[in-house]
Write a protein that binds this ligand. Structure first.
Ligand code: SAM
Length: 431
């Protein structure tokens, strides 16, 4: 049996897809390169913004013909949709009758049940003898098999007025420490070197993120730990201190600010002010002076004036993040902000989005230029276009020349020889 898995969205979706792929492979399913070659087609979806939802709708529609014309195969594939697109199932069933199953986000057990059902209904037939059949490595979702996302909590208890995630993923549920540590231990036994502890809001992890970091830190053979996403209203000094003290925890913090204006933050329901955010960044930088800081920004939130946008722009200029994920606001069904008038015109949203992008290109270029000639430690991820690709502890992408050996998963000391805003080039100092 073969499966085809398409994934879009956040790190949590990528982590869910990795676990789905692992479970399917335990059931002897193999990855097909195209949906046409699969017995089970899975779309792991995202609807955080309209643009993501549009991509899901495109994929979903393109699968319709597959159900009617099974491309010479003995039976059409089972087509299932999981992730944040999945809301009221009876409505979805009526609207998309060619989809066989709708599975709630992160419900890996439901996928396994479906796969077992499909395998029982269609025992191995001519598929494996089909000369066109291709086995592909887990594309996209395991570009770096040495660095893996591990969910520590599901869902979200925040009530950001623009965000659909809580409505689709439900309230926050934390996984027990033992379960997470056991998973990390298994991953490390399988060759993983770096884990990223994942949650919509990792700071509210029910059993204490600082204690979890201590526990995961003890896993022998694990080299690096990251955690994301942090919430500015909840990131504690204890967590910052623990992250700074533990050698395996990388100097990398993802802390979405969303806006640089207090009135907009209030209407977004974010629960902090610009002053408290600024203070938090200062405390992070005091504890981890060279930390790579990333943030998220939404431009064109309902009612955002030019002056309010400029306040965001100035805050980004002042705080100088390493990475800024900027998005134009799009109303999401069922959210409180959907009831506000979406009064910033699309072209104005785009102008603001581009302005932030251009500012960030300059800032990231300047920050990275300071690394020229410096030695840095890289975890080698993969080989791409004739070069090794890896990341610094601060999460910066670095390329360096390929030697004869396979260095995937190795920690390598390199010296930076060229810098740009999005990546750097290096030479090996010490393999
Ligand atoms: N839990 C994180 C947080 O504290 O915001 C991340 C949530 S979301 C999956 C990732 C990002 O998508 C958000 O940080 C926000 O910038 C963006 N986003 C969420 N809803 C949006 C909307 N309606 N329009 C545009 N961007 C949105």
């Amino acid at each position: 049996m073969n499966y085809y898995l398409w994934t879009i969205g956040c790190q949590m979706n990528l982590a869910d897809s990795r676990r789905v792929a692992e479970e399917l492979q335990k059931l002897d399913f193999q990855e097909a390169g195209r949906p046409e070659d699969a017995d089970l087609v899975l779309l792991n979806t995202c609807v955080v913004r309209q643009s993501a939802e549009d991509k899901v709708l495109g994929r979903l529609t393109s699968l319709k013909s597959l159900k009617h014309k099974p491309h010479g195969r003995s039976a059409p594939p089972i087509v299932a949709l999981m992730g944040c697109f999945v809301t009221e199932i009876p409505t979805l069933q009526r609207r998309y009758p060619w989809i066989d199953a709708f599975i709630k986000p992160s419900d890996i057990d439901a996928v396994v049940e479906l796969a077992k059902h499909q395998a029982a209904a269609h025992p191995m037939d001519e598929i494996s003898a089909n000369p066109k059949f291709k086995i592909h490595p887990l594309k996209g979702i395991s570009v770096n098999p040495k660095s893996v996302g591990v969910p520590i909590s599901y869902g979200c208890d925040h009530a950001c007025t623009y965000c659909v995630v809580r409505l689709r993923r439900g309230p926050e549920v934390s996984r027990p420490v033992d379960e997470i540590v056991a998973e990390v231990r298994d991953l490390v036994a399988g060759g993983v070197k770096e884990v990223t502890l994942l949650g919509q809001n990792v700071d509210s992890y029910a059993f204490g993120l600082a204690d979890l970091l201590e526990a995961v830190h003890q896993v022998e053979g694990l080299e690096r730990i990251r955690f994301l996403t942090s919430h500015p209203a909840e990131m504690s000094d204890r967590l910052i201190g623990t992250a700074a003290r533990l050698p395996k925890v990388c100097e990398h913090v993802e802390i979405p600010v969303q806006s640089g204006d207090d009135a907009v933050l209030r209407r977004m329901g974010r629960g902090y002010t610009v002053a408290s955010y600024r203070d938090l960044v200062a405390r992070i930088r005091a504890a981890m002076p060279d930390a790579g800081l990333a943030t998220d920004v939404i431009v064109g939130f309902p009612g955002e004036t030019e002056a309010q946008f400029e306040a965001t722009y100035r805050l980004l200029e002042e705080l100088r993040f390493d990475v800024v994920h900027v998005a134009a606001y799009s109303p999401r069904p069922g959210t409180p902000a959907e009831r506000l008038t979406d009064d910033v015109l699309p072209e104005e949203k785009e102008r603001r989005r581009k302005a932030v992008d251009q500012l960030q290109e300059r800032i990231a270029g300047e920050i990275n230029a300071r690394l020229l000639g410096q030695p840095v430690e890289i975890l080698v991820e993969t080989r791409r276009q004739g070069k090794w690709q890896g990341r610094t502890r601060t999460n910066k992408l670095v390329f360096f020349p390929v030697g004869v050996e396979n260095w995937t998963g190795r920690l390598v000391q390199v010296r930076i020889t060229w810098t740009g805003p999005w990546s750097m080039q290096a030479e090996v100092v010490q393999p």
